[in-house]
Design a binder for this molecule. Sequence first.
Ligand SMILES: [Zn+2]
Length: 167
Amino acid sequence: MDIFAHTMWSLILLPGPPSIEKAALGIAPDILVFATSLTKQAIKGKMQPGFKTRKEMMDWYHRPENKWVLNFYKWTHSLVVWTALLTPTFFIWFKFSGDIPWFLLAAPIHILMDIPTHNNNSFPVQFLTPISKFKVNGMHWSKPIVFIGNYVLIIAAIYFRMFVIGK
Ligand SMILES: [Zn+2]
């Protein structure tokens, strides 16, 4: 799913007012990978090539020197990894501040939304890394029906939250 949609869903689904923390955790699984990749390319003085097709892009990521991106992506899209990181953080935060840190749930929400909207040809989400290589061959988010359907749902959800729930 695209970064903007991930941001919107984090803000819509989590209780409380919109915040930078929700947006940041909501895009963290992608940003951690692609910002590192772009920084690495920039340091090497090479710009990431522009890809005309998804196949061209995936072939580039499957090159030996770029394969770490695919591997790192599995780890940042693992519910196992995020659960291990966030569970203690959640309780420590709550113990010391008395507030429920809802924003932490933005990262697992990101992964749950990526699972059915990625397919085996384009960054499949191995959400049980490192326990299992299980993945779902879903409907890719860039398909018009999924992409448009997603934004229709986002607009409906914003309306519902603002006017039906009223906060
Ligand atoms: Zn993602």
